[in-house]
Ligand binder design. Structure first.
Ligand code: CTP
Length: 406
């Protein structure tokens, strides 16, 4: 078995600058911590507008440092020098064009730039910006200067950029940056096979209840959260069945995908997978479907139209009623009010082991955004509030918790 903590006790300085990709560093911090590293996050002021010090401080379990001279100096103004000697590796991800220019020319106006100048350790930078900014001769010359100064560079990737343009400028995936860090520190990246031999069933996406060949009742679910859970479970070695309503997402590697449309389809598909050890029900299932659905397009009339709706089967409650010993059931609760009480009631009613509560009205949470802020409640009465994180990071944390021995 591979070493679960290949970076145990290794000291990593992580600089974060103000680009849209800054949110991805939450996942990078988590991967580093999970591998046992000690992580000191240094942020530029601008970076704190993209991801909060609270998020990165919580994940790194250390105070995040921003200003070179804090508002209330406490006699520790040589901290940058100590940190420069403490770190075994300084990583700057993402590195903006602005901070790149400062590093290349020795400017020193934040804790990050000061630590860079004091660093006695190797430095890895991950530039990320819009394609045109990256290609500008000024940026390219600054990058060449950094390389001349001995800095290691992880080049940006080609792809869709926040501006909508397509080109070179994307920050590589946190997992790829992590692997590069592990290699630089002389450790093999850990392979997590903690779910090998387990069968994980994930439901995801919306359901669609057809009224006629062109009209339907549905909801705003994009499937992102469920797909992230399926991808992470497969990465950990599980056999994964992903039952999903219509989405535009690509099937994650190593996942068996079953496409469904309605709540009735979902129930049939889930019933055909009776042997799952862990079920994560992230699908946003319609609670009602039209009593009648026409195979011909409905024609309008002069008077109002009354739609009769019937209750759909509660798939998760069905699984709860027939739960096998050792099987773990995880539900989601999307609540706009009285979240904790409603979620707890659902956990009880459906005989779940865990429920993941989120609020679609909160910034950075719910349907759509690539991030989510969730609270995990357990059958035993436990409660854990996570900060706003990329959905991939939420998926990892949830799987850590729900697959842990109880
Ligand atoms: N669920 C399900 N089958 C249904 C409805 C919901 O499996 N027919 C699952 C969802 O995947 C989710 C959880 O149950 O894991 C949500 O519970 P539910 O009580 O349906 O939540 P809401 O639909 O939000 O309920 P309410 O409208 O009463 O708030």
């Amino acid at each position: 078995m591979s070493d679960p903590k290949p970076l145990a006790g290794r000291r990593v300085l992580l600089g974060v600058t103000g680009g849209i990709a800054a949110y991805k560093t939450a996942e990078l911090v988590r991967l580093l911590k999970k591998a046992g590293a000690l992580v000191q996050v240094l942020m530029t002021r601008e970076a704190t507008r993209f991801v909060t010090p609270l998020t990165l401080g919580t994940l790194s379990e250390r105070e995040v440092l921003v200003d070179l001279v804090p508002d209330a100096p406490n006699g520790s103004w040589t901290r940058h020098v100590h940190l420069g000697r403490w770190g075994e590796l300084l990583v700057v991800a993402p590195l903006t064009a602005n901070t790149m220019a400062k590093l290349a020319h020795g400017h020193c106006d934040s804790m990050l730039t000061a630590v860079y100048l004091s660093a006695a350790c190797p430095v890895l930078v991950c530039p990320a910006m819009d394609h045109d900014m990256f290609e500008h001769p000024a940026t390219q010359e600054n990058l060449a200067l950094l390389v001349r100064h001995g800095v290691h560079v992880m080049p940006p990737e080609e792809g869709e950029l926040a501006s909508g343009l397509v080109g070179k400028g994307r920050l590589p995936d946190p997992a790829a940056i992590f692997e590069r860090i592990a290699r630089m520190l002389g450790a093999a990246a850990p392979e997590d096979r903690s779910l090998a031999g387990r069968h994980v069933l994930v439901t995801a996406g919306p359901t669609v209840e057809d009224l006629d060949p062109v009209r339907f009742l549905s909801n705003r679910s994009t499937g992102t959260m469920g797909f992230a859970v399926a991808a992470e479970a497969a990465r950990r070695g599980a056999r994964v069945t992903l039952v999903t309503g219509p989405t535009s997402l690509e099937t994650p590697a190593g996942v068996d995908r079953v496409d469904i449309r309605s709540a009735d389809d979902l129930e049939r598909a889930v019933r055909s997978v009776p042997d799952a050890d862990l079920v994560v029900a992230a699908a946003a299932v319609a609670d009602y479907a039209p009593v009648e659905s026409s195979d011909r397009k409905l024609k309008k009339a002069d008077d109002d139209l009354m739609l009769r709706l019937r209750r759909t089967p509660d798939v998760l409650a069905g699984l709860g009623a027939s739960k096998r010993a050792g099987q773990v059931l995880v539900g989601f609760a999307l609540e706009t009010h009285d979240g904790l009480e409603n979620a707890r009631a659902k956990l009880e009613r459906k005989n779940l082991d865990y429920i993941v509560l989120n609020d679609p009205n909160e910034t950075g949470a719910g349907f759509g955004p690539d991030t989510n802020r969730v609270t995990l409640l357990s059958r035993e009465g436990g409660r854990e509030d996570f900060p706003v994180l990329p959905k991939a990071a939420v998926a990892s944390l949830l799987l850590d918790r729900v697959s842990a021995p109880r």
